[in-house]
Write a protein that binds this ligand. Structure first.
Ligand SMILES: Cc1ncc(COP(=O)(O)O)c(C=O)c1O
Length: 392
């Protein structure tokens, strides 16, 4: 089956954060939304069919995680990631961010140090701060147009750190960390008794020429010292169904995590999340391959468009995710001016880089998971605004 990613689907009044919250977030409902990390594409047909069928049943009582569901998850990890996991390693959480919250509560005490690598997905800092833990930044290095981990800086700061939250692949800079990079990081964490939480929610969204390495697949030692956060939500556009799979090979860690989830009475997944995730992992591979090809073309389109029309904006070529990190410092605008320019003159809602923490200032994050016509509309709005800025 050929999927039509060019098709525009109206998302207004579908309780969509991205489309229906523009006024609340930006004070203007007439913006083109290219911010929140979900996609403007329909999920795979088999997923929609499975949900319809389950809806027809008509009874939506309390759930359990079935053996068939776990089989589908285990098989996906093996086939798509060459990662052999066991069914009982899979723990439920309604989402990865709630899971990070449970992990911080389970494995650290108030005042403990938790490290991460900004600029990065902004809830990491909230999860740490909201739980009264201390943030330790290990900023990424940006050299010659490419982001790297700064492991020298990490070594200097790691004493006393209890937990490291890794973003792999990395949102927003788009790196798909190599096995070697992860191995070096993992060794340092083992030496210093630092538990690694690897947020791998973007793991299926890897562009050609790159391979995602699940952190826990590198070695048994790493697996025993890691919690891997996965979900079908980014991959298949299921974020509204609130289901994620937190994979914990170490039995002791798993028990502590599961107890925390139970304490909050969040152990039962929603009916439709279970149905959709199982179907996506069983039948969604072909859709995903077509999606990745489409995203790759969107990326090429964006890159060529900016080079031709907006050379001041520099694309940091992503290796994974559908989020593109763009360096706008060439415009010479202050943070406020850049934000106002995009919102008030271009009328496009991007994520501003500064929200991703130190190192994000002067960048924007563009979500390219939309029909090409929408991407083109967004870019032409920016280009027209730029022409009038230059004239003015
Ligand atoms: C790195 C990362 N982790 C987690 C999430 C959100 O996870 P969830 O919706 O499962 O809480 C996102 C969404 O953008 C993300 O980019």
């Amino acid at each position: 089956m050929r999927y039509d990613f060019d098709k525009q689907i109206n998302r207004f009044q579908t309780a969509s954060e991205k489309w229906d919250q523009l006024e609340e977030h930006f004070g203007d409902k007439d913006l083109l939304p290219m911010w929140v990390a979900d996609m403007d594409f329909a999920s795979p047909e088999p997923v929609i069919e499975a949900i319809k069928q389950r809806a027809e049943h008509g009874i939506f009582g309390y759930t359990v995680i079935s053996d068939e569901y776990l089989d589908a998850v285990v098989n996906w990890m093996q086939v798509r990631h060459d990662w052999a996991i066991q069914k009982d390693w899979v723990c439920h959480s309604p989402g990865v961010v709630p899971a990070l919250h449970f992990i911080v509560q389970s494995f650290t005490q108030p005042g403990d140090k938790v490290m991460f690598q900004p600029p990065v997905y902004y809830p990491f800092s909230k999860v740490i701060a909201n739980n009264g833990r201390e943030i330790v930044y290990n900023p990424l290095k940006y050299e010659n147009g490419r982001y790297q981990m700064d492991l020298d800086d990490l070594r200097k700061k790691i004493a006393g750190v209890k937990l490291l939250i890794l973003c792999s692949p990395h949102n927003p800079v788009g790196r798909v960390w190599t096995k070697e990079e992860l191995a070096e990081l993992g060794r340092i964490c083992l030496e210093h008794n630092v538990l690694v939480v690897s947020d791998e929610i973007h793991f299926d969204l890897v562009l050609s020429g790159h391979t995602h390495t699940p952190f826990a697949a590198i070695s048994e030692e790493f697996a025993q010292n890691a919690i891997i956060c996965t979900a079908p939500s980014k991959t298949f556009n299921l974020a509204g169904l609130q289901i994620s799979n937190i994979i914990i090979p170490n039995q002791k860690l798993r028990k502590v995590f599961a107890d925390t989830v139970d304490k909050h009475f969040l152990g039962l997944p929603g009916t439709f999340g279970l149905v959709a995730a199982e179907s996506a992992y069983r039948h969604g591979g072909e859709w995903l391959d077509q999606l990745l090809a489409y995203l790759e073309q969107n990326l090429d389109f964006l890159t060529a468009y900016l080079q031709q029309n907006l050379p001041e904006l520099k694309v940091i070529k992503p290796e994974g995710t559908y989020l593109v990190w763009v360096d706008c410092r060439g415009l010479g605008l202050s943070l406020k001016e850049l934000e106002q320019f995009m919102l008030q003159k271009a009328k496009v809602a991007f994520n501003q880089g500064y929200v991703f923490g130190p190192g994000g200032e002067g960048f924007i994050r563009i979500n390219i998971a939309c029909p090409r016509s929408l991407l083109e509309e967004g870019l032409s709005r920016v280009s027209a605004a730029m022409r009038s800025l230059k004239k003015g």
